[in-house]
Write a protein of this length. Structure first.
Length: 268
């Protein structure tokens, strides 16, 4: 049987499911009932315990308890707990925080450790990572893989649409061979950083004199994956045309065929 490929991390999903099952007295009760029923149906205690996120020893004890006292014995007894560390207003403010940009609160992404640190800085309340993970569930959040969208400068503009349409026409034309061209520049330049020296001294370090720079013009043919590189002394209109001639002369094609040069497209 082919195993299903999950988009999300399986262990993360299992941990989220266990957190939900442990979120309240009622959910813990129904989780135990389901686990005991699995054992009563012939599933081994060790396997059922793994399914329902508990130890085999605990599950065996609950099966025995149900046998002697019935399923109601699996309910947790109501016990007075410690007063909540966060007020209702603070929880509402945290919910607004989580819907905003985490970088505004000194975090890269919202998770248990970052939320714990943000709550400590904002409210002066110490809440552990596990408590913050439960708080995510309490406030209605779940671990979801976000979708990407184009960043600024890469939006789908009319110019981009027109280019993609033209490129498709070129690729569909059997007499045209698309070739992508662009330039690249490599430069070596000394960067001097600060260091500890005696006050009043004039320290010196050896460095490469001036700048060392080299440029290349590259051509890639996508249907074959071939790469051709030329090395002009500098870049201007004449040297660009000369690099095209170098490529065409070094890569002759059959009569009736033409190269379609796609060069350094800019949509700005």
């Amino acid at each position: 049987m082919k195993r299903k490929v999950f988009k999300s991390d399986i262990e993360t999903l299992k941990e989220e499911g266990r957190s939900i099952m442990e979120a309240s007295i009622e959910s813990r009760f129904y989780n135990r009932v389901a686990a005991v029923n699995a054992v009563l149906s012939g599933v081994s205690p060790s396997k059922a315990a793994d399914w329902f996120g508990m130890t085999g020893r605990s599950l065996t004890g609950w099966v025995k308890k149900v046998d002697e006292e019935g399923f109601e014995s699996l309910r947790d007894k109501q016990r007075p707990g410690a007063p909540p560390k966060l007020t209702a207003d603070q929880l509402e403010e945290i919910d607004k925080m989580l819907q905003g940009d985490p970088t505004d609160f000194g975090c890269n992404v919202w998770d248990g450790p970052s939320l714990s640190a943000a709550i400590r800085r904002t409210f002066g309340v110490d809440l552990g990572t596990r408590q913050c993970q439960r708080l995510f569930h309490k406030l209605g959040y779940a671990r979801v893989r976000p979708q990407t969208y184009p960043s600024k400068g890469y939006e789908q503009t009319e110019a981009r649409d027109s280019f993609q349409k033209k490129r498709a026409e070129i690729e569909d034309d059997p007499n045209l061979i698309p070739v992508y061209q662009d330039e690249v520049h490599f430069q070596v330049q000394a960067t001097i950083t600060t260091a500890w020296y005696k006050k009043g001294s004039a320290p010196k370090v050896k460095s490469f004199p001036g700048n060392s720079k080299v440029s290349y013009s590259g051509f890639v043919r996508p249907d074959t994956g071939s790469l051709f590189v030329s090395k002009p002394e500098w870049f201007n209109y004449e040297t660009m045309i000369e690099s095209f001639r170098e490529y065409i002369n070094a890569n002759p094609i059959d009569e009736g065929k033409k190269y379609a040069m796609i060069i350094d497209v800019n949509f700005a």
